[in-house]
Structures are given as C-alpha cells and as structure tokens.
Design a protein around this ligand. Structure first.
Ligand code: 3PY
Ligand code: MG
Length: 248
C-alpha cells in the first residue's frame, strides 16, 4: 500500500464472524473493512471463510490479528487479507517484527503458502504482494506512546493505529476525555503529528459516530467509524422503541 498520508478514509469494523456481515460492510461504501480476530468472533476458520467468500471485495479487507505472532500475521495474509492490524505493539522492535512478518524475503521473513492459490486463484507475485500489503501497528500502551515516533519511522510500517480504549486504560484516563483532549501535547495529537512527519497513515478505532468525529477533528486519516455489532444493536433498539411507542 502507498504509505503516504492521503485523504481521509472511513473504515468499518466487523466483529461478527459468519453470515454476510463483512460482505455487507464491504459493499457499504466504507473505504476498508477490518475483521477482528483479537476481540471479535473471527478465528482462523472464520477469517478464511470470510476472505475466500468475499472473493473480489470492492475495498481492502484487513484482519486485526489476535496478537503480534508472525504465524497469525502470515495466516491472515495467506487467506487473502490486504493487510493486518497488529495489536499491543510496544516499540520499534515489535513494529519491525510485525512489518517483516508481512513481507517475503528479502524485505521480511514471511513464509510462502497463500491459501488463495489452493482454491484455483492465481498466487500473487511475492514482490507485488510485498508492495501491496498494509501493515498497521496498534499504539495502545504507555510504552508505545513513549516511542511512537520510533514506531512510526519503522521500515515497513504503513499505519499507526490507535486503540483508544486500551490506551485510556494504560494512561489512567477516561476514553472520552482522552478523545476530547485537543491540546497540542495530547497523546492523540502527538500520534497524528509523528505519523505526518513519518509519512504513514494515522488510524484509530472509534466504533461510534461521536468518537469518530473527535478522532477526525484531531486529524486521523483512517477511522473505524462503525462496527457491525453496534450498528445492529443501535438500529434494532431504535426500531423496537419505535414500535413500542406506536399506537395500534
Ligand atoms: C482499543 O480501543 O483498545 C481497541 O483495540 C479497539 O478495538
Ligand atoms: Mg485494544
């Protein structure tokens, strides 16, 4: 993926494996979709079924992997993910390991074995796969905030992606207070600034419009503005409320 900071992209987050939720999100007009294998219900089988089932998605589909293991990163990419979002990265060494796990030698240490090739699709060219892959590393710990510049500058990192819930816990702050902190030296403003300086995208999880608005105002370029579970819960509750108030 082109790692230069570009236009704003609103992403969709899928926590509900199975069914067609990821496909609905991929066709919603969102700029990208992420399948959540850390806190969502995507296991390896769910990732594989969803990515293979989606086939030619109109937008990139990423996987938020369960952890920073090279095995999990490689398996998600083998299934056809356009990139990975790697949680709980503390510093540049972990960021470099994640970036290398995304790429075949000589750029990295990814092992060859794309599952997509096994189901009759053309196996991607290794060099092109290295250029196209998107490696996002999550900054959501106190250690990571202290080294966010080094993380953003790490070779092969395409996006720094903030997890505001974990970050607020790590910093002992309320998540909405952290998001509302517009001061120039706030942790989130600093992330946006160092990403711009490093020429990488600045992503973050919002999960709701109100939080997405705050992150957009801070200058984040890629925001997970919605999740399938919260969209369904909100819309279902609103519809039920409308019918409970309706007079026959
Ligand atoms: C966080 O906010 O910590 C996340 O990882 C979002 O899923
Ligand atoms: Mg998190």
């Amino acid at each position: 993926m082109n790692s230069r900071a570009e236009a704003f992209r609103a992403g969709a987050w899928s926590t509900l494996a199975g069914g067609a939720t990821a496909e609905i999100l991929a066709r919603s007009g969102a700029a990208w979709v992420a399948l959540d294998a850390q806190h969502g219900s995507y296991d390896q089988g769910g990732i594989e079924r969803t990515l293979l089932g989606l086939g030619s998605s109109p937008v990139p589909v990423f996987v938020r992997v369960a952890d920073d293991s090279a095995a999990g990163i490689g398996r998600a990419l083998d299934c056809g993910a356009a990139g990975v979002i790697v949680p709980l990265i503390d510093g540049p060494l972990e960021a470099a390991a994640a970036a290398q796990a995304c790429r075949y030698p000589p750029a990295g240490n990814r092992s060859w074995g794309p599952v997509t090739a096994l189901v009759g699709r053309t196996a991607p060219d290794a060099r092109r796969a290295n250029d196209a892959v998107m490696c996002a590393v999550m900054v959501e710990t106190r250690a990571a905030i202290g080294q966010v510049r080094e993380i953003a500058m790490t070779t092969g990192v395409d996006m720094v992606f903030v997890g505001p819930f974990d970050l607020s816990l790590a910093l002992g702050r309320d998540v909405d207070e952290l998001l509302a902190d517009g001061s120039a030296d706030s942790p989130l403003a600093m992330v946006v600034r160092v990403c711009a300086e490093a020429g990488v995208r600045a992503g973050a999880f919002a999960g709701s419009s109100a939080r997405a608005d705050r992150l957009a105002a801070l200058g984040f370029t890629d925001i997970a503005v919605m999740t399938d579970a919260s969209l369904l819960a909100t819309a279902a509750a609103a519809e039920v409320a409308r019918w409970s108030n309706a007079t026959p």
